[in-house]
Design a protein. Structure first.
Length: 316
């Protein structure tokens, strides 16, 4: 494995499996209320977020602290960022501070990759533009594996705004690598034209796309990414109105009835209730595993920090 975690694409199933197994041990540790503060003692973790975040930033902070790292949160308002040059300047500054682990979220696809070439720290991608969000895919996989016992052979329907979703992209890479059958379901305007190349089946109708699915994942309409960064439809609105979108693509119990009776309902958050998911489904204590996804997020990030720090020790 590389000394960074920049993307899921290119990871091999045994590497994914090993990360999920390590994360599983952290689920048990977290539930026992214990910590392992000696593991990253003396290490510095910098959270560098150029975009908003609640779950991801907080869980990286918690993960670092539970493993004993010194954690620094740098929030950078995207409006004040002059991309290319500023990012490289920032990299030089962080390098001079000798940080060990650098977690970055940025609106530009490829920003973590660029940074990884300029700093000595291990770089972890916490979401870059529409490219990837690797720790989200790992936590989703852990949630599914714990609930359904496996990933292989499952049918997973990812619904909604696939085009702008780094979560969808990372999940597609991970789940197809692990032998799941992945479907993407959404309006033609929100499905990338080259989706078939990723080994998924494309559906524009929820009843058909959800038929016999084991897992149904709803995604937010990512308005902030629509029309930007070389995506389709610059300036155009790919959906008519939130109300109409909900009628056709909002995950409610009627549409969920097409999936398997025990199908899991997932959402990476933040949710737009009444747009891509109905509140009753999101809060259903049996079907929805949305809160569990958040719990798995901390364990997965502990596993990622742990394994990258181990690799650094070996390289010293
Ligand atoms: C996602 C993201 O930022 O890509 N959120 C998250 O990390 N849980 C999804 C989103 O923004 O809709």
């Amino acid at each position: 494995m590389s000394r960074h975690l920049l993307q899921i694409e290119g990871l091999h199933p045994p590497q994914i499996e090993a990360m999920l197994d390590l994360a599983e041990s952290y689920v048990l540790l977290n539930r026992s209320g214990k910590t392992q503060r000696d593991l990253l003692r003396g290490r510095t973790l910098i959270n560098l977020f150029f975009e908003d975040s609640t779950r991801t930033r907080t869980s990286f902070e918690l993960a670092g602290k539970r493993l004993g790292a010194d954690v620094i949160n740098m929030s950078v308002a995207s409006s004040s960022v002059n991309k290319g040059e500023t990012l490289l300047d920032t990299a030089a500054t962080l390098n001079a501070m000798m940080c060990d682990l650098l977690v970055i979220r940025h609106s530009q696809s490829g920003a973590p990759h660029l940074l990884s070439q300029k700093v000595d720290a291990a770089v972890i991608n916490a979401g870059d533009g529409t490219h990837e969000h690797p720790t989200q895919a790992l936590l989703d996989a852990l949630t599914i594996r714990r609930r359904l016992g496996r990933l292989e052979g499952l049918t997973v329907a990812i619904c909604g705004d696939i085009l702008h979703s780094r979560v969808a992209r990372s999940n597609i890479h991970l789940l197809t690598a692990m032998g799941s059958r992945v479907r993407v379901v959404g309006p033609p305007t929100l499905i990338p034209a080259d989706c078939g190349r990723l080994g998924v089946e494309v559906f524009h109708d929820m009843a058909k796309g959800l038929a016999d699915a084991d897992v149904v994942m709803a995604l937010r309409l990512q308005k902030e990414r629509m029309g930007g960064e070389g995506n389709a439809r610059p300036g155009g609105n790919p959906v008519p109105s939130a109300r109409e979108y909900f009628r056709f693509y909002g995950l409610d119990f009627d549409k969920l009835a097409s999936a398997k009776p025990g199908a899991l309902v997932m959402h990476p958050g933040p949710m737009n209730r009444g747009v891509e998911i109905d509140s009753a489904v999101a809060d259903d204590p049996v079907r929805s595993v949305i809160k569990e996804q958040v719990e798995m997020g901390v364990a997965v990030r502990m596993a990622v920090l742990d394994s990258l720090a181990r690799m650094q020790r070996r390289n010293v």
